[in-house]
Design a protein around this ligand. Structure first.
Ligand code: SF4
Ligand code: SF4
Length: 104
């Protein structure tokens, strides 16, 4: 047994559980005027990226969410220290992106 056998943590991977974007009832919307990375115009903070269980946030200023795989769990919104992420119900977007061949 080597050290790697003792590590119990798992590493999430984008798309590992299929197209989890189909599960979503609300989507994370980043307010760039509040996001620490965006206001500093550099890739800092990224706490949302570090906590997403589906690895569907791309680092950036601000970070970007891949809606094809975001399942809408809301963890990114909960951990954001600037309260820059709001979970917005899909119904409020008023557009069925799947029907339009969009990002879901
Ligand atoms: S956790 Fe919040 S403040 Fe930090 S990069 Fe993500 S959206 Fe911006
Ligand atoms: S809501 Fe946020 S943490 Fe949850 S899957 Fe989507 S991007 Fe990741």
């Amino acid at each position: 047994m080597d050290a790697s056998d003792l590590i119990a943590m798992s590493k999430p991977a984008r798309g590992e559980a299929g197209r989890t974007g189909d599960w979503r009832s609300a989507r994370p919307v980043v307010d760039a005027s509040a996001c620490i990375a965006a206001t500093q115009d550099r890739v800092t903070c990224q706490i949302c990226w570090a906590h997403c269980p589906d690895a569907c946030i791309e680092q950036g200023a601000p970070p970007a969410v891949d809606l094809e795989f975001c399942k809408g769990c809301g963890i990114c919104a909960d951990v954001c220290p600037a309260h820059a992420i709001a979970m917005v119900p899909e119904a409020e977007h008023g557009v069925c992106e799947a029907a339009e061949g969009g990002t879901r």
